[in-house]
Design a protein around this ligand. Structure first.
Ligand SMILES: [Zn+2]
Length: 314
């Protein structure tokens, strides 16, 4: 059974989004409580996250943007960065630690302490653009992790699989012209944020290294698995990634309030098994999965449990 690391820190709860915001601290509390109640957390290996150095954040984000996030965090209360993205006093610190958790997980996997890892972090990341916060996201945790795997650990090719119900426009933008990062996203379309058409395939040398699977409302698990099998599997066989990062959003769940996919807990287990099998074949089994969305607390907690079971080969 592969060792699965679990990266979490209570500072993630202090990114305060105010009352009635779907991206709430209770999301992580629900996950941790569920993993404790079922005992699954005892089968994982704790990864202690360190805050990401600004130099790693700035491999993806403009220094002026990073500075503005820090300076916008208020001494008290909440400040709005866009229609649905807010910061509170501890948001910058939490965001540095969220990205840092991914880097700590990459280290743990590359040093062989664990084979796979799940990072239960917030704020999420995949909508964050180089110079702009968006869609609950401040820094693009997965994108920063991909650059870190390349520059710190010398890996040439990184696969990012994004099964959040929303298109990861920030991650796509970060690597759109880059043939060293293969980005695959399955998502509801049309839907927020409006990008992710099948014709968006990359640009220049990066052409063909962005793969979008836009899917309609009512999409079920078997449809996502079909997209993985028909679009991702053949691409991965020629790309030969050395590590797999996952933008693990669980807002495609049938009970999720923010979108219209109809995935079940069991579907997340099957999707995870597919990704783990791809990694086992192509990337020495290395998978670092990072929480993105998922807004029905009970469905989120159960789906993360299924996801970790899939990572652990259970
Ligand atoms: Zn989402």
């Amino acid at each position: 059974m592969p060792r699965v690391g679990f990266a979490y820190h209570p500072l993630f709860l202090e990114h305060d989004t105010g009352p009635f915001h779907p991206e709430s601290p209770e999301r992580l509390t629900a996950i941790v409580n569920r993993l404790r109640a079922t005992g699954l957390i005892d089968k994982t290996w704790p990864i202690e996250p360190d805050p990401a150095d600004l130099s790693w954040i700035e491999t993806i984000h403009e220094p002026s943007y990073v500075r503005s996030v820090r300076e916008t965090c208020p001494a008290e209360g909440i400040v709005r960065l866009d229609a649905d993205t807010v910061v509170s006093p501890k948001s910058f610190d939490a965001a540095l630690l969220a990205a840092g958790a991914v880097l700590s997980a990459v280290d743990a996997v590359m040093e062989g302490r664990v084979q796979r890892a799940f990072c239960a972090v917030r704020p999420p990341g995949h909508h964050a653009l180089p110079g702009r916060a968006m869609g609950f996201c401040l820094f693009n945790n997965v994108a920063i992790g991909a650059r870190y795997a390349q520059r710190k650990h010398g890996l040439a090719r990184v696969l990012i699989v994004d099964f959040d119900v929303h298109h990861g426009n920030g991650t796509q933008a970060a690597f759109y012209d880059d043939p060293s990062v293969l980005y695959f996203s399955s998502h509801q379309f049309p839907h927020y944020p409006g990008t992710g058409r099948a014709e968006e395939r990359g640009v220049g040398e990066g052409t063909g290294f962005t793969i979008n699977a836009p899917l309609p409302p009512g999409t079920r698990g078997e449809d996502v698995l079909r997209a993985i099998d028909s679009l991702l599997v053949p691409a991965v066989e020629s790309f030969r990634p050395e590590i797999v990062l996952v933008s693990a959003g669980f807002d495609g769940h049938i009970d999720d309030p923010l979108a219209r996919f109809e995935l079940t807990d069991e579907d997340y287990l099957e999707i995870t098994r597919r990704i783990a099998a791809l990694a086992a074949k192509q990337a020495q089994g290395r998978v670092i999965s990072v929480l993105e969305g998922g807004y029905n607390l009970s469905a989120l907690a159960r789906s993360v449990e299924a996801h970790i079971q899939g990572l652990a080969g259970l």
